[in-house]
Design a protein around this ligand. Structure first.
Ligand code: HMG
Ligand code: MG
Length: 290
């Protein structure tokens, strides 16, 4: 019996690759995105328009967007921390953009060199411009469970940031367990607080798998009504500004897990395996010697 639709938002080409130490070629990134486009995703995050000094792996994001074979019905997304990033993402033809806030001051400063308040001042004109052209803007909240600098994060703080992003026009709020510290209990406490201020149908779970609990955290989220989960093929990823954080939950594991539970993801698991093999090979080829 089908339990209904459940979507995986593929973030591998962005969150998965951004943390790789050795530069991956634009051609390899394009090949990965093209694999993913064949797998049935409706949204794929492929680019990030941030400082190339701080995030060299994402420096060729415009070339990636220019080189991919766009599949009909797929939206290709990009991170945009400020108006400059937004302008670059628009020029490169991103179909949607994402602003990324933090529920903790320590990570906000480390990640985007701004307080939470300052980050909202940067996001406001992006939302304003995007509204004029009906461009979808997604909103991330990082450190929804714990912050590598400030420790445990109060669910009320997460709810406040999520509420603000939603009120300013983000169509969906992706809740990041950036360090992978979450457990089913702490994820549920956080979601219950956020669900009070943002409709659950507009929430997504973005769980890094440092603690090996991401699938259990997805189960806890499903039971509270969340039906969108971010994942990265091959389980690659992490954020260089979140020390100790490991990869995103692996798309192939989430897709198989959701299918096993009876959810309809619309994804071709064989194509996802091909993409995961490619993503992992890219890492193996470029990983620094032990
Ligand atoms: P800043 O220092 O406040 O900004 O950085 P600035 O305006 O003073 O500029 C500093 C330098 O960045 C200048 O260059 C600018 O030109 C350049 P310089 O003079 O030093 O050569 N710059 C830009 N370059 C390209 N594109 C731009 C741009 N803006 C400024 N859009 C800034 C602010 C956000 C730019 C910086 O802190 C930054 O790039 N940070 C990187 C953040 C990042 O990529 N983090 C990883 C993604 S977030 C994540 O992984 C979490 C998530 O997955 C959810 C989760 O897991 O929790 C989403
Ligand atoms: Mg992430």
């Amino acid at each position: 019996m089908s339990l209904g639709p459940c979507e995986i938002f593929e973030v591998g080409p962005r969150d998965g690759l951004q943390n790789e130490a050795e530069l991956i070629s634009t051609a390899d990134k394009i090949a990965l995105v093209d694999d993913l486009s064949r797998a049935g995703f409706r949204r794929i995050e492929v680019a990030s328009f941030v400082s190339p000094k701080l995030m060299p792996q994402m420096a060729g994001s415009g070339d990636v967007l220019a080189g991919i074979s766009r599949a009909p019905g797929v939206r290709y997304a990009a991170l945009t921390p400020n108006m400059r990033g937004y302008a670059d993402a628009r020029a490169a033809g991103a179909d949607e953009v994402a602003v990324f806030a933090s529920a903790s001051e320590g990570f906000s400063k480390a990640n985007i060199n701004a307080s939470i308040e300052e980050s909202f001042e940067r996001f406001a004109p992006i939302l304003e411009e995007a509204r004029h052209i009906d461009l979808p803007v997604r909103g991330y909240v990082s450190c929804t469970i714990a912050c590598p600098f400030d420790g445990l994060v109060d669910p009320a703080k997460v709810a406040a940031v999520a509420d603000r992003l939603f009120a300013m026009g983000c169509y969906e709020i992706s809740l990041g367990d950036t360090t992978g510290a979450g457990t089913p209990d702490s994820i549920a406490r956080m979601l219950l607080a956020v669900r009070d201020v943002v409709p659950v149908g507009r929430l997504a779970g973005h769980y890094h798998d440092t603690g090996g609990k991401a699938l259990a955290n997805i189960d806890a989220s499903l039971s509270l009504g969340v039906r969108v989960f971010d994942a990265a093929v091959g389980g690659l990823g992490g954020c260089p500004f979140a020390p100790g954080a490991a990869g995103n939950v692996a798309t192939e594991q989430v897709a198989a897990h959701l299918a096993g539970l009876g959810y309809d993801t619309g994804l071709d698991l064989n194509v996802i395996e091909t993409a995961a093999t490619r993503a992992l090979a890219m890492r193996t080829e470029t990983a620094p010697a032990e």
